[in-house]
Design a protein around this ligand. Structure first.
Ligand code: SF4
Length: 342
């Protein structure tokens, strides 16, 4: 079958698998990271997100469960006091009605993330543990296996916006190593703040080091670039994002990364198709389609795929060969790895 790197989706999975084992790229000592795919904000989704963490803080984060804490839950969990307190005395005013806070308190209680009790008809809350400061840095990676001039042109505007808003501490482009004396990616017109990483089988080389972005300072969202047309000139429009909003967004991204990891692709694909398989390469498992003889993308791999063949019922009954058919086994392998990585 073609190498996984021949496919953008396969390349993306290899970048994730490599980052999970080897991040940061220029160090012999891999650090503790949480890696996820296709995450970001309402306006921008990054291909790969690497959350650099402190392992001890990550262990303390695990106390709150493997599902993400959304912004409302974080408001409750981060401010819950060590001893029983009326919730309105304990939590800062959220800027929206208290009834929504009460809903969040009940949700947090249902999943064991805070404790609640009722005294004199008032809800009191108490934390189960302090919510740890578990994120050290957020790294955004755009994957472009073939970074030619037109791919770089298409990326440039997006990368400039990433640098301007500086939500991530570093922004990278990952590309496939060609082995040429001068890697073509280096000749392309990308912002100098963006790092360039070249991957081949099992290893990566830093072609260009990124700048560290000022995540603790206001960022700029470019709403519209300046332009000139037959109707005249149009000025650029932008707005600032304050550091507190950035901090909240980074935490929300990290929480989503913690919940999903990068192996959740199997949830939107068809591992129950008899053509679906996993192939192991130096960086971990990637999905392969035996019918297409290639790494299939999540978009291709659906029930509507013309070559979809459901697993024979016999595979699924009575625990083939040990516990469910191959599709179940594949889901279990990926779920186990996701849980173990967490
Ligand atoms: S045949 Fe279609 S549904 Fe089956 S594994 Fe291949 S791409 Fe997925």
């Amino acid at each position: 079958m073609p190498a996984p790197a021949d496919h953008e989706f396969g390349f993306e999975l290899r970048v994730c698998a490599w980052a999970e084992r080897r991040w940061p790229p220029d160090s012999e000592e891999p650090m503790s990271v949480v890696v996820a795919r296709q995450l970001g904000t309402e306006r921008r989704r990054w291909d790969t997100v690497v959350i650099e963490t402190d392992p001890e803080a990550l262990r303390r984060r695990a106390v709150f469960g493997s599902d993400r804490l959304d912004e409302d839950l974080l408001h409750v969990v981060r401010n819950a006091p060590p001893s029983w307190t009326f919730y309105r005395d304990a939590l800062p005013h959220p800027g929206y009605p208290w009834r929504y806070v009460r809903e969040a308190i009940h949700r947090a209680n249902d999943r064991g993330a805070v404790e609640t009790r009722k005294r004199a008809n008032r809800i009191e809350i108490r934390r189960i543990a302090p919510y740890p400061d578990w994120i050290e840095r957020v790294i955004a990676i755009e994957n472009k296996p073939d970074l030619d001039a037109s791919a770089a042109r298409a990326l440039r505007d997006q990368m400039e916006r990433d640098v301007a808003v500086s939500l991530a501490d570093e922004v990278w482009v990952a590309t496939r190593r060609t082995g040429d004396r001068v890697e073509p990616a280096l000749l392309e017109d990308l912002p100098i703040e963006v790092g360039i990483l070249a991957l081949d089988d099992g290893s990566a080389e830093v072609l260009w080091h990124p700048h560290s972005l000022a995540t603790d300072r206001p960022g700029t969202v470019v709403e519209e670039r300046a332009s000139t047309s037959e109707y005249g000139e149009r000025a650029a429009r932008f707005r600032y994002v304050d550091p507190t909003t950035k901090r909240t967004k980074r935490l929300a991204i990290a929480e989503r990364a913690y919940e999903r990891g990068w192996r959740s692709y199997v949830e939107t694909m068809r591992p129950d198709c008899r053509q679906f398989d996993l192939e192991r390469d130096q960086n971990g498992y990637v999905p392969v389609c035996r019918a297409k003889r290639a790494v299939q993308s999540a978009v291709e791999c659906r029930g509507s795929c013309s070559e979809f063949e459901p697993e024979p019922p016999a595979w699924r009954q009575r625990g083939w060969p040990i516990d469910g058919g191959p599709g179940t086994a594949i889901q279990r392998i990926l779920a186990d790895r996701r849980a173990r990585q967490r």
